[in-house]
Design a protein around this ligand. Sequence first.
Ligand SMILES: NC(=O)c1ccc[n+]([C@@H]2O[C@H](COP(=O)([O-])OP(=O)(O)OC[C@H]3O[C@@H](n4cnc5c(N)ncnc54)[C@H](OP(=O)(O)O)[C@@H]3O)[C@@H](O)[C@H]2O)c1
Length: 299
Amino acid sequence: MKIAVTGGTGFVGQAFLSEWSRQAPPSEVRIVSRYPPPRPLPSFARWFPGNVTDRTSLVPAMEGADAVLHLTGVLAETKTQSYEGIHVAGTQNVLDAARSAHVSRMVYLSAIGASPAARSRYHRTKAAAEEILKSSGLDVTIFRPSVVFGRGDKFLNLFAGMGKNLHLLPLIGNGRSRVHPVWVGDLVQAVLSSLPRPDTFGRTFQTGGSRIYTYRELMEVLKRSLRFSAVILPQPEAFLRLVAGLQEALLPVPFLTREMVTMAMEDNIAMPNDLVTEFKMSPYPVEAYLEAEFSSGQK
Ligand SMILES: NC(=O)c1ccc[n+]([C@@H]2O[C@H](COP(=O)([O-])OP(=O)(O)OC[C@H]3O[C@@H](n4cnc5c(N)ncnc54)[C@H](OP(=O)(O)O)[C@@H]3O)[C@@H](O)[C@H]2O)c1
């Protein structure tokens, strides 16, 4: 099987490569991204430079492919990378390129909260991308993860670094909004098991982890698991919006944006959690990951 992976150099894409390196890989994996992979690719993978804003640049990676994993997405918009440009127009381009190469199978990574009525444009554009694919006539499966954690994530690792080095864990608002962190390895397993299954065509799966946490609870878990002392400091939404607005104006790639603040104020949970109900998996807990990653570095 030949698989093209848009966004294959990103955090989730790299986890697919790790998984394929451990078990029987496809005959060929085509990694599509604008910039070269951060580290040498395994022998079964090749890099195809491509930009989802340019349909023709995507075609070489699609030629002869049996399936496309469409992972490209953007969390913090920049001058050249808007949600509309990457999620909506980009998905249309990936679809058109796949069609022109006669690829019929596609898996898309959307996000929990995707809805045309969502408060954030991130979620509205994810919903628009889903709609494009659902009405495409291709054999499409959509996954909507909650926040994803694992080696190289920009979530738990970011907070762990802040807690350890700055002795500070900022809370967005009162910290009562809820998240359902899912381990990247579990997400990868679910996607790979769906790939050959016709019963997953045309379906959307919400994926969460072993339990739901408020942000405050998650910060407490980080402190306990990593055994550091840090102050958990609630940050008023208005203040964070100000900081985010400044970052958007001043930094080429902001760490925090007003869209991120909007999203962090809302629950982000998989109800039901299809990882458990549909894929019959026992999600890897955050606590076990933190112990393995930061104590022995095994997982
Ligand atoms: N991580 C999470 O917690 C999470 C949660 C819910 C949903 N998701 C979704 O899961 C998907 C993967 O997330 P991730 O965390 O792996 O993202 P990531 O680490 O930011 O990786 C993004 C990937 O997309 C590529 N990319 C960005 N702009 C591109 C463009 N214009 N043309 C071609 N490729 C482009 C990047 O490579 P280049 O920059 O080299 O082009 C990179 O390979 C995304 O769709 C995201 O919305 C993630």
